[in-house]
Design a protein around this ligand. Structure first.
Ligand SMILES: [Zn+2]
Length: 374
């Protein structure tokens, strides 16, 4: 998962004249059923090497990095997601590998700093949610983004006296015991808030979901400072020792509902503009046409939409019918993953993709639409 603090750290490194090679590539197994990305990456690497021949000192420095990248794709066969970002500087032993859940604009960038803008853009555009699982003496923190969950840390504030329970050999009187417990829970919450604030700040997270046993949910609501409480978008019941997967299942409906609200507004804008003929189109046919003209700024698509189609052998343009490519005249081949290709192409051409599940309006209007560039 992308980590803002780590990216900021990489962005701030000073290589002292050495070169980084940053590679972005769509490797989705659906749109690359026969490993087609290997041909593409070879061409990209070849073009990069040729382009650098005029700059001999740079060429010499990054030659090994380009070889390393080629070996990566031809050697092992990693389990790919939709896209990958690799950043290397062999002379400094630097290697970073990000498997991404959304397509990217493919490219190779050679520079004295790593090229991180596409990663920062992904972080901006696909909101991250912090999940706080809270009990009276423990807390766990997770981040959820693009359907992924990652656990980041925990806070434990064990209560030494409480562990002996009242009635133990150094029993406390009832009211002293309660006062002690309150005091201890207060200490714990202070520590949780301290860590949570630091984390939210470092990772630039604006939304929080709280989970835990019933009693601690109320406690969390009351005791969180307003700066954090204002970011809470929902809560859920859970045990403290559930797995990340179980937590994700509980959190997903809350996150989806929240995202859905935000997406409804985008769909409303799409529909209004399309009806006024103002830089927006609805339905697969018009969307395909606008994709060919590279005019799509935001593609909105219902994940339930399945569509067969054709892709040009020559320029990669997409079409619904098998007639020769309307853009270059090349021959077409059939694909049963047209929508995945369309999403990829949108990003390749500098647009964005919004997957919109369960929006009644979009569903009734052909499950797909696009807001266009001015
Ligand atoms: Zn073509």
């Amino acid at each position: 998962m992308l980590n803002l603090e780590e990216l900021r750290g990489i962005a701030a490194t000073n290589p002292g004249g050495d070169y980084y090679v940053s590679l972005y590539l769509n490797v989705d197994p659906i749109t690359n059923p026969n490993g087609e990305y290997i041909i593409k990456v070879r061409n990209m690497l070849k073009e990069t090497a040729e382009g650098l021949e005029r700059q001999k000192p740079v060429c010499k420095k990054v030659k090994e990095d380009l070889e390393l990248l080629e070996d990566y794709f031809t050697g092992q066969k990693p389990q790919f997601r939709k896209a990958i970002c690799l950043i290397t500087r062999k002379s400094g032993g630097f290697w970073k590998e990000y498997h991404l859940a959304m397509p990217v604009q493919s490219g190779i960038f050679v520079d004295t700093t790593p090229y991180l803008k596409p990663l920062f853009d992904l972080m901006d555009h696909y909101p991250r949610h912090l999940i706080l699982l809270l009990s009276k003496d423990e807390a766990r923190m997770f981040v959820v983004q693009m359907g992924e969950i990652l656990e980041y840390g925990e806070v434990r504030t064990p209560d030494v006296i409480g562990k002996h329970k009242k009635g133990g050999w150094f029993a406390l009187e009832q009211d002293r015991f309660e006062r002690h417990t309150d005091f201890h829970v207060g200490l714990h919450l202070n520590e949780v808030v301290r860590q949570l604030s630091g984390f939210v700040e470092k990772q630039g997270i604006s939304r929080i979901v709280i989970g835990g046993p019933q009693e601690t949910l109320a406690m969390g609501r009351e005791k969180l400072p307003s700066g954090l409480a204002g970011r809470v978008i929902g809560e859920f019941h859970a045990g403290m020792y559930e797995t990340s997967r179980q937590i994700l299942d509980r959190v997903q409906p809350i996150v989806s509902a929240y995202e859905g609200g935000r997406q409804n507004e985008t769909v409303d804008e799409l529909v209004t503009r399309a009806h006024k003929n103002n830089q927006a189109v609805l339905g697969i046919e018009d969307v395909m046409l606008m994709s060919g003209e590279k005019k799509i700024m935001t593609l909105l698509v219902d994940p339930a939409l399945k569509q067969d189609g054709y892709a040009c052998r020559n320029c990669g343009a997409l079409a619904l019918g098998p007639q020769n490519c309307r853009w270059c005249g090349g021959g077409m081949y059939g694909v049963n993953y047209l929508i995945d290709l369309l999403m990829q192409k949108t990003v390749e051409n500098g647009g964005r993709v919004e997957v919109v599940p369960e929006n009644e309006k979009l569903r009734n209007l052909g499950k797909i639409g696009a807001i266009l560039r001015y």
